[in-house]
Design a protein around this ligand. Sequence first.
Ligand code: HEM
Length: 168
Amino acid sequence: MTSLILVLRILHIVFGVFWAGTIIFSTLILEPRLKRLGPGIQNPVMKALMPVMTPWMMLSSVIVLLTGVAMTLIMRWGTLNLLLATAWGWAMLVGFVTTLAAMVIDFGVMAPTGMQIEKLAKSFEGRAPTPDEARRLAGLNARIETLSRMDFVLILLTVGSMAAARYL
Ligand code: HEM
């Protein structure tokens, strides 16, 4: 059992660091820098990154969620009915809910919005966008910005609850 927990823990932390780190890096550094460089650079860079980033982020989040739930069940098997009687249990519940919410935002809303942006940008390739297209593009980009801020807060809450859990 100890070696199983060890393997789960290593997978959990490695993929958790990758997923959370990517979100923190994108929100604090990549997106603001690209925005400042303008859509002529931002759009092709995001278009090149998304097909690689999205599947890796999806895989990482699923591994983090499954290993996290497995560790919770293994560590508290036999006293699961008392899970929410402990601060550790609440920390895990917070981590679980915030992780799920971040996954819904990442893959249920942000990824489809990114695809809409790509489709719209393709429709006016080689010419300037009409005022209506420019307005729609700005609206979609603003939605991505808001969602990625929400995602960032959720990931910070998850990392905070994970870091604090064993000291509560
Ligand atoms: C972005 C998502 C997540 C990240 C970055 C993350 C990160 C971490 C880290 C760094 C640790 C080591 C903490 C320590 O040893 O003190 C940890 C432990 C743990 N995590 Fe997560 N985690 C995430 C989501 C989840 C979820 C959804 C669950 C499921 C409820 C979960 C369950 C656990 C458990 C059971 C431990 C072991 C706690 C202990 O040893 O007391 N994690 N996590």
